[in-house]
Design a protein. Structure first.
Length: 121
């Protein structure tokens, strides 16, 4: 059986980014070239320590973020950075997402205009 084209499959929407919490993490990091501390990232994304840790682990395993662990004074401190690969792949993800939104907008406009034409005067 031949594979048929699936125009709405959106294979370019990388599942690593396409999860709400990870999307928030990467978006936050994309706007901070110097990286963000764990506590700041946690507050920006509204996540618990455990949730943030798990999502960062997924992003780190994919090569999209790095975690620099050290100390500030006597307290442990973790700084999270988006890698070059992470920036490139996130940019590609946003390009695909932009195409999705354009297609949806056109489809909505086409549906709306045909609905308006079908109404009696």
């Amino acid at each position: 059986m031949a594979r048929t084209e699936a125009p709405f499959a959106y294979d370019g929407l990388d599942r690593v980014f396409h999860e709400r919490a990870r999307l928030g993490i990467v978006t936050s990091l994309a706007g901070h070239a110097e990286g963000l501390g764990f506590a700041d990232l946690k507050a920006l994304c509204g996540l618990t320590d455990g949730n943030l840790s798990r999502h960062l682990q997924v992003l780190e395993e994919a090569g999209f973020v790095t975690l620099d662990k050290g100390y500030e004074g006597k307290r442990p401190f973790t700084r999270c950075h988006l890698t070059e690969l992470g920036r490139d792949r996130f940019s590609a993800y946003l390009d695909v997402l932009s195409d999705v939104l354009k297609k949806a907008s056109r489809a909505t406009a086409d549906t709306g205009s045909s609905t308006l034409k079908a109404r009696p005067a």
